[in-house]
Design a protein around this ligand. Sequence first.
Ligand code: FES
Length: 106
Amino acid sequence: MVRIVFRDVAGNAQEINAEPGVSLMVSAKAHGIAGIEAECGGSMVCATCHIYVDEPWFSAIGAAGPIEAEMVEYTRHPRLTSRLSCQILVTEAMDGMEVGVPLSQR
Ligand code: FES
């Protein structure tokens, strides 16, 4: 399992054990992370799985592709480190990764 820490805007953190090879969104939903609604189930049409990926992990996993980036632009609080968690496949290299959940999804 891969440890991932989700942090809300107040700084409250919740660590989960994510399964490698599964999307970060699926693991977040399985652990009841508040603010990760994922209304479209991972079809990249809702952006309710939006997260901010902390460095150095953001640089390691890379920025969103063009379609994902377009979806992120429609969120209320996009940042340079925004990603859609449904588009991130968990790998062992992400162990200890920290991500933030946007205010607009709380
Ligand atoms: S779950 Fe809808 S865009 Fe990620």
